[in-house]
Ligand binder design. Structure first.
Ligand SMILES: NC(=O)c1ccc[n+]([C@@H]2O[C@H](COP(=O)([O-])OP(=O)(O)OC[C@H]3O[C@@H](n4cnc5c(N)ncnc54)[C@H](OP(=O)(O)O)[C@@H]3O)[C@@H](O)[C@H]2O)c1
Length: 334
């Protein structure tokens, strides 16, 4: 397969530290260019990452006919506007999560995709990691009996007012930043869309972003997700999935280190001390590379990208409901 030629919109930390280094490891992905609002920053990032081209504006890179696919890691409020511009410039777009600020805004991407015929998808890399695929296989094969509930917790402690996560007016806050993973992975495991949701949000008094969000999401037929995410709590992440006959635990569900083995624990719960627990391990792998390759194969038409933009809209609908619930104090329909 001819490698897909990529350009990156913005010298974002996630791009320079994780996504581009990961994607550079694949023969299917030709990481060619990076654009920044500041040409010196673009040049420095290109030199560090070994990219052939640096641009001093996003528009200029979108005008480069060599670039076939764009990775968009801009702050959340710029996801839809720049993804639409890139699609209209004839590029395929892999856009960071959350794909938009609301489901209504995300719907603009359907029109842009249909108008341009280009591929657009939300970059939820965890769906490509073997630890999640294997977990879903176990659960769907009845390995923990009937699926009942998922408990997800994801925290970090970042009080820096200059960080995009702490700016309420550009899509900051924990629910957008990491709550989206709790919803996404529950939808991935339950295999259905949630019906309603309720939340409790504690906002930072100065930055006004949600710094602690607790939520209960009803997936119907007696199935529930409970989650807690925080931007001002000691870093920690864990997912537990409970069925009538056992549980699966993913100790590092969202940010497994590519160079390290990852693992899941499958427990038949015969006792409370792990007597029935076994560990499955997965060889080191890079979930950003795996995601990029799936996207590239879809660009070349050899397979369909498994998650169309409609999936991203469904995730946004749950985020919308949780932000609404925090205002009304009520259950909100998703
Ligand atoms: N999938 C994952 O694992 C993962 C992890 C972390 C973050 N993310 C997502 O990736 C995105 C970026 O996160 P990040 O932590 O990498 O952010 P970041 O380091 O702050 O990068 C954002 C980039 O956007 C550009 N930008 C354009 N307008 C801006 C504005 N008004 N304010 C700030 N930056 C602006 C800047 O690039 P230039 O100055 O070069 O133009 C900046 O470097 C977010 O949507 C986040 O949710 C995903």
């Amino acid at each position: 397969m001819r490698p897909v030629v990529w350009g990156v919109l913005g010298a974002a930390r996630i791009a320079t530290q994780k996504v581009v280094p990961g994607m550079k490891g694949s023969p299917l992905l030709d990481m060619r260019a990076i654009a920044s609002r500041d040409i010196a920053k673009a040049r420095a990032a290109a030199a560090e990452l070994g990219l052939a081209k640096a641009y001093g504006s996003y528009e200029e890179m979108l005008g480069d006919p060599e670039i076939e696919a764009v990775y968009n890691p801009l702050p959340n409020h710029l996801h839809v506007p720049w993804t639409v511009k890139a699609l209209e410039a004839g590029k395929h777009v892999l856009c960071e999560k959350p794909i938009a600020l609301t489901a209504a805004e995300a719907r603009d991407l359907v029109a842009a995709r249909d108008r341009t015929g280009k591929l657009v998808a939300e970059a939820f890399m965890v769906r490509f990691h073997p630890q999640w695929r294997r977990t879903r296989e176990i659960v769907w094969a009845g390995g923990i009996g009937e699926l009942r509930s998922i408990a997800t917790q994801f925290n970090y402690n970042n009080p820096d007012p200059a960080n995009i996560r702490n700016k309420a007016d550009i899509g900051g806050g924990g629910l957008y930043d990491i709550g989206c993973y709790a919803i996404l992975t529950a939808r991935f495991i339950f295999g259905v869309e949630p019906a309603r949701a309720v939340s409790l949000i504690d906002r930072d008094p100065v930055m006004k972003t949600d710094r602690l969000t607790g939520a209960l999401v009803d997936f119907g037929d007696g199935r529930q997700l409970t989650f807690s995410v925080s931007t001002q709590t000691a870093p920690s992440q864990r997912v537990q999935i409970f069925g009538t006959k056992g549980r699966v635990e993913i100790p590092v569900p969202f940010n497994p280190v590519p160079a390290m083995e990852s693992r899941i624990i499958v427990d038949d719960c015969r006792d409370l001390y792990g007597g029935g627990a076994r560990t499955e391990t997965f060889a080191p792998c890079d979930q950003y590379l795996l995601q990029g390759e799936a996207f590239a194969r879809a660009v070349r038409g050899s397979e369909k990208f498994p998650y169309p933009v409609e999936d991203a809209i469904a995730n946004m609908r749950a985020i919308d409901a949780l932000y609404r619930s925090a205002e009304t104090g009520n259950w909100e329909k998703v």
